[in-house]
Write a protein that binds this ligand. Sequence first.
Ligand code: SF4
Ligand code: SF4
Length: 461
Amino acid sequence: MAQSFFGGIHPNDQKAATNKKPIETLPPPARVVIPMSLHIGAPCKPCVAVGDSVTVGQMVGEATAFVSAPVHASVSGTVSAVEPRLHFSGVPVMSVVIENDFNNTPCPDLHPPKDPESLTPEQISDIVKAAGIVGMGGATFPTHVKISSGLGKVDTVIVNASECEPYITSDHRTLLEHPDEVLGGVRILAKLFGVDWVHIAIEANKANAAEMLRLKIAEEKAPAVVDVLQTRYPQGAEKQLCQSITGRQVPPGALPASIGCAVFNIVTTMAIYEAVYQGKPVTHRIVTVSGSGVNEPKNLLCPIGTPISDLLDACGGVKKSTFKILMGGPMMGHAQYDMDAPIGKGTNAILAFCEKEERTVEHPACIRCGKCISVCPMHLQPVFMYQYEQAGMLEELEKANVLDCIECGACTYICPGRLYLVQSFRAGKQKINNARAAAKAAAEAAAKAEAEKAEKKEAKA
Ligand code: SF4
Ligand code: SF4
């Protein structure tokens, strides 16, 4: 039975605009921009050159480290540039630009394994890596790393279909329209980790998907159980989900594997099935386009690398009073200033908002109400962390465990003083990481200088 986690909030889920709309295929874009960094970890190295012809699913960027994931062409056509282009993070990133020939030619080298049932866990992990599968709920951590680091340690596998951020319905529609692929992925995960069943976690506001899935599981005797969880943000955060399903708490700074859990997003689970049984790499994803600024909200299946502007155009464009466009949900999404930025593997939503929705005040000020502390699912004290960050007190900020902040934005949402809390914590974490890197570099330089000095002394003697 589902348990609970500390804190959290209950924003209006705002999903009605798209949760009954079937997934539509986006009209093919004229051009896609495939960044070499669509995941957490080392960026890829381009493996095609200007003028090359490419096919759908062909690798265009190879992984350069274990914690990395290759990237593939999402349309067929000709490579017109290999150069830094604007990334959705706001900075230029090395990218492969492909002019679409609109032939949608599949890569001839992609074949599913002859006997998927006989694959070993290591072989499945290799297939997942070659397919470029990452956490497609937004985290984008390479999935083969999660699989390899969890093998032999995990007794509870959770498929995350909670989709707790307001507005987003791409996971919900995936469940309703692709249950066979999802359950195919669930079977692979159960076999990989040697568990009798996999927990599929769904929030109560997706009751039709839970019901449909329960019937399918019973019909097909699939190794899965559906856990309907309270609709409460951030129910879908990994650590909170582990607690809701198992009652176990992930210790600060640790990963779910430390308490025997592995969590996979629902779209990631489907991608694992497609890679293992159909030989398909990650080339497309389903994106919810919604918010008060969008004329016709939709769920769209899009080639990765499509510019945001193509998605908005396919939804009738944005309203004149639109003042903010986000990639991701309203709680954790990132503001976009250039609509040429491409969508990535972790892009589950593009949201546009009209001005009236921004709850800002001219002079944000703390009124010491303590609400931020009561909603923080990580048991942090946002009010104090904010003061430390603003005053540049990095030591105190680190002692207050800001590095455990999951940037869920619950404190910012609830704050009556309208302080930019989560933004302050993101900046604070960056400053701490920069300071750590600078200290490490200084220590290494000092050690090197010391070694050189000793060497010279020895040479003289
Ligand atoms: S919720 Fe906002 S106003 Fe209230 S204590 Fe926290 S920071 Fe201050
Ligand atoms: S953003 Fe960080 S500090 Fe704020 S509620 Fe979420 S975890 Fe807590």
